[in-house]
Design a protein around this ligand. Structure first.
Ligand SMILES: [Zn+2]
Length: 170
């Protein structure tokens, strides 16, 4: 995909890729501290706008990448818009899909992330495996993990992906 993009004058840089539990926990803990004025559950919800609870991130799977910039606004004008338009037109032919799309049609979970792209030929297998093997008891060992069930992390977040991505390989 990178080679094809380059040929069209589009340059991609992976700004974040695979992260293990402890790396995700470091992100979570940093934000947990940042939002300390909020009540514990509101803190969790605030972080969950854009960041996952450790053990629920697709970045654990090695199938998902963040490209070029971690804000939606970057992709809404100028070079960023050109990059986003290229991805929308071509990424799926290489197996990559935007899983966190606009929520206006009922998608649950994270807010839209125009930078986060998922390689579905592998990721869809891992999502099935996750749903068969991981339960709420497995989401533990970090601050706020006690809200995982109440916030429906598996139903609303792990499975809160674009319809197009859910059915891309059907
Ligand atoms: Zn991401």
């Amino acid at each position: 995909m990178n080679e094809a993009a380059k040929a069209d004058g589009i340059h991609f840089k992976i700004v974040s890729g695979t992260r293990n539990f402890n790396e995700q926990k470091a992100i979570w803990d940093r934000k947990w501290k940042r939002y300390q004025e909020l009540s514990p559950i509101e803190r969790a919800k605030k972080i969950l706008q854009y960041s996952s609870m450790p053990s629920t991130s697709r970045h654990h799977w090695g199938t998902d990448i963040d490209l070029n910039h971690l804000t939606n606004s970057y992709f809404e004008s100028g070079q960023g818009l050109k990059e986003y338009n290229w991805l929308q037109e071509h990424a799926h032919t290489f197996g990559f899909y935007q899983v966190y799309t606009s929520k206006e049609h009922g998608r649950t979970g994270y807010l839209e992330e125009k930078w986060h792209w998922s390689y579905l030929p592998l990721a869809s297998t891992y999502l099935s495996f996750y749903n068969s093997n991981i339960s709420y008891q497995d989401i533990t060992n970090f601050k706020g993990s006690e809200f995982a069930t109440e916030l429906q992390m598996i139903t609303n977040y792990v499975n809160g992906i674009a319809m197009e991505a859910k059915h891309a390989l059907d």
